[in-house]
Design a protein around this ligand. Structure first.
Ligand SMILES: C[S@@+](CC[C@H](N)C(=O)[O-])C[C@H]1O[C@@H](n2cnc3c(N)ncnc32)[C@H](O)[C@@H]1O
Length: 256
């Protein structure tokens, strides 16, 4: 005797949805992504994400301090996810990077994360328009002993990137992380591509834009901009790419 009964149509519909979801999961189709951006299977507060953190996060104690401090800020959700930052640190180490760019710094969680793995003469050119955010992180950059590696430039990132190009620094960077205003993503990508060396890597954050790239709405310039760049990257012969379902989606572009 069932504990409760549902109309046949509802039962059939639910079963079909379940099969569709499972098929999507098994076939690696888009269902898990649709359900898994910020609220579902792999969302920020999901058990699976917690499992990932419990079984892979190796966070420097001062980095953790900055993460917890930033999480309490009213804009704390802008911070990059810690597992994504760890992937970037691993890549920076793997390619023995010396010079990196960050477009969009906030309190500097990822700037600190990269500075911690750069050699002592390494350099993070950190671009942001808001110095107040960086003031939160700077004491911790100092406490970690890497403040000297973080060169914070407070002005629109496009201006900083243009200045780097004008001062002859094209093809001298190893790694770039793009994580500022989404409407300018394409311009950041093009300039970073000129600034990094062959074999260098560009990581682009928020490439899912919380699922809105699936059907960008007319007035949503951020979703449109990210979606356009995603489409362009698919066909961009200057790079190899991987789009990863981590955080809000991150694309890695490897310069050929
Ligand atoms: C998502 S947050 C960056 C998070 C950061 N990467 C981290 O590790 O936590 C975006 C940042 O981009 C900055 N930003 C927005 N527009 C910008 C612009 N035109 N030029 C430079 N920075 C900008 C914001 O002030 C904000 O700090």
């Amino acid at each position: 005797m069932p504990l409760f009964s549902v109309p046949k149509e509802v039962a059939v519909g639910t079963a079909m949805l379940g099969v569709a979801f499972a098929t999507g999961v098994l076939a690696g189709k888009r269902f898990p992504l649709v359900f898994g951006t910020q609220s579902g299977m792999m969302g920020r507060n999901s058990p699976l994400r917690q499992y990932i953190l419990d079984h892979s996060l190796r966070e420097h104690p001062i980095l953790k301090k900055l993460r917890l401090l930033t999480a309490g800020h009213r804009c704390g959700r802008m911070m990059v996810s810690c597992e994504q930052a760890q992937l970037m640190a691993n890549l920076v180490k793997l390619i023995k990077a010396k010079k990196v760019i960050e477009v969009g710094v906030f309190t500097g969680y990822n700037a600190l994360n990269m500075a911690l793995v750069l050699p002592d003469n390494g350099q993070v050119i950190a671009c942001d328009i808001n110095e107040d955010y960086a003031k939160i992180g700077r004491p911790l950059w100092k406490e970690a002993g890497v403040e000297h590696k973080i060169d914070l430039r407070i002005k629109p990132a496009i201006q900083t990137l243009n200045e780097l190009l004008a001062s002859g620094e094209a093809e001298t960077f190893d790694f770039a992380f793009i994580d500022a205003d989404k409407e300018n993503y394409d311009e950041y990508y093009e300039k970073c591509l000129r600034l990094i060396k062959k074999g260098g890597i560009i990581a682009i954050d928020n490439v899912f834009w919380n699922g809105k790239v699936l059907k960008p709405r007319k007035g949503d310039l951020a979703a449109q901009s990210i979606h356009r760049l995603n489409e362009k990257l698919l066909r961009d012969a200057r790079v190899n790419i991987s789009m990863l379902p981590m955080g809000d989606g991150v694309t890695l572009a490897f310069k050929l």
